[in-house]
Write a protein of this length. Structure first.
Length: 270
């Protein structure tokens, strides 16, 4: 079993997820070490989101076998969920437009584990608790390169007023706040300029370099990532192979966001 403290190794052989309209993806193979950057490449609707949810224990595999941090899927879905986090997943991990960046961060900090020690340290009004919360928030912001000073109203900026790249950074900051061993990020390049896409991928590279395994879905993968494709050869755009020996392939039918949410609900009940 993988005992690395931070990143989670990912190994998958012939995995697939089936939704109400058929297969979301099939025959995916992945071999990645802890701290790897894995890019799930394919057009929207090709099963990318379902693959992210499957690898984080939030959607049940219909075929094949996989391990994340050494824990088998689908048998240990609950354990894998506790070791992983998701960001920027439509309908599942959305930001609330009316809330501020600071409110999102504070809420996420409160949802995490309370500090061990005295009662005063665990209570929300305890000095040590406040200090730990502040440190956790600052560390998450630093990890994703989000400087509050660059936002229109600092951390009091509402999500609806954030630039898309900053909203993406905030979503990932919330995901990494409590130290997951793997973070899955959907729609990395959605409606971003070319320069913003470069910034987004560099942010994910930095997370991986610091030990967290990153699985990110996008229409086009960077050359230095481990690439898993969720489009058939007939429908996917031509792409240069990644400079690794590990790739994945997948057959797919069109699957919509509501179907992914439905399959996720079924997995939670399993």
């Amino acid at each position: 079993m993988d005992t690395t403290r931070q990143g989670a190794a990912v190994n998958a052989r012939g995995i697939g997820v089936k939704g109400p309209r058929g297969w979301a993806f099939r025959d995916v193979h992945i071999t990645a070490d802890p701290g790897a950057l894995i890019a799930v490449e394919g057009p929207s609707g090709s099963g990318r989101t379902c693959l992210l949810l499957a690898l984080t224990g939030r959607m049940k595999l219909a075929e094949g076998h996989a391990t994340v941090a050494g824990f088998p899927l689908p048998k240990r879905m609950g354990t894998v969920r506790s070791l992983t986090a998701i960001a920027h997943v439509p309908g599942i991990a959305d930001l609330e437009p009316a809330l501020t960046a600071g409110e999102h961060l504070e809420e996420q900090a409160l949802l995490g584990r309370r500090m061990a020690g005295s009662l005063g340290a665990r209570l929300p009004w305890g000095r040590r608790y406040k200090e730990a919360t502040r440190a956790r928030v600052e560390a998450a912001l630093t990890a994703v390169g989000l400087d509050p000073a660059t936002l229109p109203k600092g951390l009091r900026t509402a999500v609806r007023d954030l630039e898309r790249i900053d909203a993406l950074r905030l979503s990932i900051a919330l995901a990494v706040m409590h130290g997951p061993r793997l973070v899955a990020v959907d729609d990395v390049d959605l409606k971003l300029s070319e320069d913003e896409r470069s910034l987004a991928w560099q942010m994910l590279r930095d997370l991986a370099l610091h030990g967290t395994t990153v699985v990110a879905a996008a229409s086009t993968a960077p050359r230095d990532a481990i690439v898993v494709r969720t489009a058939t050869a007939a429908t996917e755009p031509a792409a240069s192979p990644a400079p690794t020996s590990t790739t994945g392939t997948a057959g797919t039918t069109d699957i919509h966001e509501e179907e992914a949410a439905h399959a996720l609900a079924e997995a939670r009940r399993a």
